[in-house]
Design a protein around this ligand. Structure first.
Ligand code: MG
Length: 241
């Protein structure tokens, strides 16, 4: 086994049609309310923050910073993540029709999972339960051996090392530098790959165009993941072994 292949979820594997963002805000509001964080006062208007490419931990901090002290945010995080996952499970069921598996992804994931040189995992801003809820809609959970998630750290750049550690624990192999392939749809996915010295594959099926992603210099850039052979070629490409 020589490649640890890590997929982002939103905009890369699937499009959840806004269910993710709504579930996150609703979870923050409900948990603040249930814990009486603002006493008898209503929960203040929560500012909208950027979510694309960000970790759930980071997003919750960005929303609650300035409203609650850091220590209080830390204490609420586990409950907020559980609630996000619960709301996502319900939301994905109720709004299945708004969710879309992106072109070619099932074929690609299946090809990577079947390839004996590859260990397949996730590197996503979603918390672990939320990730499972989204992937379950398309029966994709069984393909992934491991992951690094939005509740593992506050910054995406911390996730490749966490995934590599879990891969080592499972396989006894140390994946370093370009043994790690990170596939994602935002500048943050590319930056995170570069930060880890990993191989960055970018895809324009999320909110960022080819023109928007190219300046971040991914090692490979695809309009979608439907050409399984070409993407597998990039993943396995000998010039970065
Ligand atoms: Mg994404």
């Amino acid at each position: 086994m020589r490649k640890l292949v890590l997929f982002d979820i939103d905009g890369t594997i699937l499009n959840a049609g806004g269910i993710g963002g709504r579930s996150l805000y609703q979870a923050v509001e409900e948990i603040c309310h249930e814990n009486r964080m603002f006493g008898d006062n209503p929960t203040p208007e929560l500012g909208r923050v950027r979510m694309s490419g960000m970790l759930d931990t980071q997003i919750v901090h960005d929303i609650l910073e300035g409203v609650l002290p850091e220590r209080a945010i830390q204490q609420l995080l586990p409950d907020i993540f559980d609630r996000i996952a619960k709301l996502l499970r319900e939301g994905c069921k109720a709004e299945r029709a708004n969710m879309r598996l992106l072109d070619g992804v099932r074929e690609l994931i299946s090809a990577v999972a079947d390839h004996k040189a590859c260990l397949l995992g996730l590197l996503t801003g979603n918390n672990k339960g939320g990730a499972a809820a989204k992937l379950d809609v398309f029966d994709l959970n069984p393909f992934f051996q491991l992951g690094a998630f939005g509740d593992d750290a506050r910054s995406r750049n911390a996730l490749p090392a966490i995934a590599a550690r879990r891969a080592f624990e499972q396989t006894g192999k140390r994946f370093v530098g370009q043994d790690i392939v990170i596939i994602g749809d935002t500048p943050r996915d590319i930056e995170c790959a570069h930060h880890a010295g990993a191989y960055a594959i970018a895809v324009t099926t999320g909110q960022y165009s080819r023109e928007a992603l190219a300046p971040y210099q991914p090692d490979a850039l695809f309009d979608d993941l439907s050409d399984t052979q070409s993407v597998m070629g990039a993943i396995l490409s000998p010039n970065h072994v």
